[in-house]
Each structure stands twice: as C-alpha cells, then as structure tokens.
Design a binder for this molecule. Structure first.
Ligand code: NAD
Length: 371
C-alpha cells in the first residue's frame, strides 16, 4: 500500500506519542519515511508509544502546540514535506473538567499547526485530524455527511467543530497557492495500545488484565467503531493525494473527509465488550452496567463515508469481528507475551498487524477491481 509515496519523505506529526499518532509513526517508519514527532508528553502509562520503543526509530521531540513560535521553529528546522496534525485534548469527559484547556489545545493548536505550515516553504501538504464529533449531534439514524452542520454541545465536540472552521478559513484565505490541505473526521477508533481513561476498550483491557469486572457507561450507545489502522490508512491515502498536488475535479485540497466503518457496522458499547471477551480466552465480560452517563455523551452517532470512497477510493477493510480480534490480540500479547512474559518491544507485533492489514486491504481492492 502507498507504493513509494512516503519512502524518504520528511513527515512531521503532532501528537505522535498518543494512541493514533504512535500507530501512524510506526506505519510511516515501515514505509521508509523520516519522521519527527512533536508532543507535550506521553499521555498514558503504559502507552503504545513506549511499548513499541518508537523513540528509538523517529526524531521524538517535546513541545506544546499552544506555543506558536515553538511549533513553528520545530517545523521550520525539520523542513517536512507533509504535516499530520493529531495533537489534541481528545477526551469528551475530560473536556467537562478542563474546558479552557480543551479549547486552547484543540483550537489554538490547530491554528498554530496551520500557521507553522504556512510559514515553512518545504510543507506541500497538511492533514488536519478533527473528529466525527465535530458534527452537531441530532441523534438521528442517518450517517453524517461532510456537508452537515458543525456543532457539538460538549467542549470537546465544539472545539473540534471550531478546528474545522479555522482550517477551512486558512485553506480559503492562504492556501490557494500554499500547501494542499484537508481535514478528516474519523469515528471511534479502537485498537491495541490505547490506555486513555474513559474509553471502553482501554477500560476493558485494564480490568480484564487484572481479572476484575469492568464498569460500562451507556451500554446501549452506538458508535462508528473502527480499527486504528482504518482511519490511518485514510489519512495516508489523503496525504499521498495532497502531496501529488493534483488539480482534478476530485482533488482533495480544501475538502473534509469522514473515515468510518461500513454503514452496517454501528454497534453498541455492550456488543463491543461481548465481542472483545470472545477474542480474549479466559476472560469473561462480567460488566457492571451504569445506565447514567449524566447526559455527557451522545448515544447515537454514525458517519456516511461515500465521499472518501468517491474521491480517495478509501473504504474500511475489517469487519466488526476482525476489528475486535486485532484489538484483543494486541493487548493479549502485551499483557501475556510469549511464554507468559510481557515482550520488551511491541514494535514487531505492531508492524505485523500493519502488514496483515495491508494484505487484507489489497485483497479487498483486488476484489473490487475484478467486479
Ligand atoms: N481515539 C479516537 O477514538 C478518536 C476519534 C476521533 C478523532 N480523534 C482525534 O485523533 C487525534 C488523536 O487521538 P488519540 O486517540 O491518539 O489521542 P491521545 O490522547 O492518545 O493523544 C493525544 C496526543 O496529543 C498530544 N497533546 C495533547 N495536548 C497537547 C499539547 N497541548 N501540545 C502538544 N501535544 C499535545 C499528546 O501528548 C498525545 O501525543 C486527536 O486529534 C483526536 O481528537 C480520536
């Protein structure tokens, strides 16, 4: 996948120590790219970033995306071809406890990433990662389209809607002849190596590794769950097209894209815990369902991904069971390791999953071509 698009390319990733940023960095290392990461800290312990020893394989730097000059300097020194902006305060519940920090990180951070890209001549492309939560949630059964209203009641969702508006203002105002830029709105991402608080899969992994029950909020809530490699493959497809600088009718410059699972994959939280337990022999999904989420999170959320298919030929590869199997296998390997020991380095396992995913995606593409 991606042929030689990223071989030898210089890639700047904000949020590289986080769950998705770390997987993206690992994938780009596999593709032969030269990666610099820029993050304020490693957000959890354990973390995918530490478990894969990624700091040994990329240029791992610390900095705050709210520091415009610091971020701009880091970009200018590195001279990247492309920037992936992922750094964010990424948790809905935390956004209620720390609304100002959430808005500052997600809005100002995005503004500063755009500004840094604008002030660095080497940057030819910029991919801004926002969220499916950038849409005003109407609790309806249809998938949100890229043209639907932005909004969001909680501070996290609102901050991501704002990030979208800021990015599109920069695209219209400054990037006509500047870097090609697009925004992305992925659904709920799961996968090995996420240890964030208040997310269902990390909650299960932590609880079941300690053989204790897990508390489940809103077990009936549905989300567009997808394996971490699905949206990342979307970002990489998009990055390739932006780097090509094409000016066709389907040029992704200035566009927003949803990346989510197939329309019929919209499972509840309870179905996630049951499926995870199926792929985690020896553990049972003994859950304490907590029916009260205090109205803090929406219950119905779905994405329409037709535009990513039409413009980028991107479509999710894994079905629901495979998504949960990949997830459980990564955690089981981390917690048990071979011979009952935690392996020192999860990079090989991570790269193995990326290779398996690429094979599955290529087979799926070939079956389309034959049709
Ligand atoms: N995980 C999901 O389900 C999901 C779904 C949709 C969108 N997203 C978006 O994808 C991106 C990555 O999400 P994630 O799950 O990997 O999050 P994460 O919390 O695991 O990682 C966040 C990253 O941002 C960095 N960061 C936070 N504040 C910073 C600051 N002020 N300065 C510099 N770096 C800072 C952290 O150090 C970390 O590297 C975020 O933009 C998030 O909003 C995530």
């Amino acid at each position: 996948m991606f042929a030689d698009s990223y071989t030898g390319r210089r890639i700047f990733i904000t949020g590289h120590t986080g769950f998705k940023g770390s997987w993206l960095s690992a994938w780009l290392v596999r593709l032969g790219a030269v990666v610099r990461g820029y993050s304020d800290a490693v957000p959890t312990s354990p973390s995918h970033f530490a478990a894969t020893n990624l700091a040994d394989h990329i240029d791992d730097t610390r900095g705050d995306v709210r520091d415009r000059n610091g971020l701009t300097r880091a970009v200018q020194q590195f001279k990247p071809d492309i920037v992936f902006h992922l750094a964010a305060q990424a948790l809905v519940r935390k956004s209620y406890d720390a609304p100002a920090e959430t808005f500052e990180t997600n809005m100002l951070g995005t503004l500063n990433a755009l500004e840094a890209a604008r002030r660095c001549d080497s940057v030819r492309a910029l991919v801004v990662i926002t969220s499916d939560k950038c849409y005003r949630n109407d609790e309806w059964v249809w998938g949100y389209r890229e043209t639907d209203h932005l909004g969001g009641d909680d501070p996290y969702s609102a901050s991501k809607g704002c990030a979208e508006i800021i990015a599109h203002s920069y695209i219209k105002s400054f990037f006509k002849d500047g870097p090609a830029c697009a925004t992305t709105r992925a659904g709920n991402v799961i996968g090995g190596g996420d240890w964030a608080t208040d997310r269902i899969v990390p909650d299960c992994a932590r609880a079941w590794a300690a053989n204790t029950p897990v508390s489940v909020r809103s077990p009936w809530a549905t989300r567009p769950w997808q394996y971490v490699l699905e949206p990342l493959s979307g970002y990489l497809h998009l990055g390739t097209r932006l780097l090509n600088g094409e000016k066709t009718a389907f040029s992704p410059h200035g566009q927003a894209y949803n990346f989510g699972p197939a329309a019929d994959v919209n499972n509840t939280v309870a179905e996630i815990t049951d499926a995870l337990a199926r792929h985690w022999p020896g553990f049972t999904a003994h859950t304490n369902a907590d029916a009260h989420n205090g109205g803090k999170e929406c219950t119905l959320l779905k994405l329409c991904c037709d535009k990513a298919l039409a413009h980028l030929q991107w479509k999710a590869t894994l079905d629901f069971e495979e998504t949960l199997r990949y997830t459980a296998e990564w955690y089981r390997c981390f917690y048990k390791g071979e011979g009952g020991k935690t392996p020192r380095d999860m990079l090989d396992f991570t790269l193995g999953q990326i290779a398996a995913y690429c094979t599955a995606a290529e087979l799926r593409e070939q079956s389309w071509t034959r049709r």
